[in-house]
Design a protein around this ligand. Sequence first.
Ligand code: DON
Length: 304
Amino acid sequence: MQDYQAILEEIHESLRKFENTGEVASYIPELADIPKDKFGIHLQLITGENYSVGDAAEKFSIQSISKVLSLAKAFQLVGNDLLERVDVEPSGNPFNHLSLLELENGIPRNPLINSGAIVVADVLLSHLKNPKEDFLNFVRELAHDKTISYNAKIAESERITGFNNYAAANLLKAYGNLHNKVEDVLDFYFHQCSIMMDCRQLTNAFFVFANKGKCLKNIQHLTSSQVKRINAIMLTCGFYDEAGEFAFEVGLPGKSGVGGGIVALLPHCFTIATWAPALNPKGNSYLGMQALEQFTTKTKLSIF
Ligand code: DON
């Protein structure tokens, strides 16, 4: 077996010395003050071994990474009916882009851009009895961790400055692709994005996508067909207009968030999460992208 701990330490050490030209997301004011030099990596093998380096045990706001978890819950609840309201094509556009939504009559390109995730949030609102509580419980169950919670301050901070998401939700409503009230759907969406997790908790929660739908405790949450589809969507749409670059350099399904987190996985082999809050111009973690590129290059482990 490869010396994974040594590989993570080598990557961490080499990138620490790198001049980090990224910027911490400031359009959500509550995220603007997170120190730029935080940097953690956690790797979990499907066989149960765990390896950690740096700030891997510090919680951060998972932001768009939550879109994969809400998609999983929506698939669980409504199956392929979801695809009538959201497409599965890469957008080649930034995560908050609106013009395609209008051109394509209110059907978002995919569930991982903001408009798509807002439709998914609407589906959860229609099908869950206590949407925020039930969704949080789902994430806790996947990760086997009751300490995972929303961050009300971050959710409120995003609500106050969330003009773009209000525009997306209003457009969706105008096209008849939002069944609940704009304010209620966005309240749910801002909360899901505010969930706080550390790198290890992310590798726990995403284990289900590396293990044919079974979580860490071997409970079947998703069918293998649903897992195949969710992984395909992560690979093609998980990094917005940098999805091609991530597939090219890293070669794994994954998802980023503007909190600086990235989670990626190799089916039947491992899940890995990185956190480094400074983002590149496309809104993906500057160091995280490079760390994962180094990891799959050094270990020769990728889907290709
Ligand atoms: O809707 C937003 O703008 C944020 N709550 C999430 C954006 C995000 O994380 C994009 N990811 N890279």
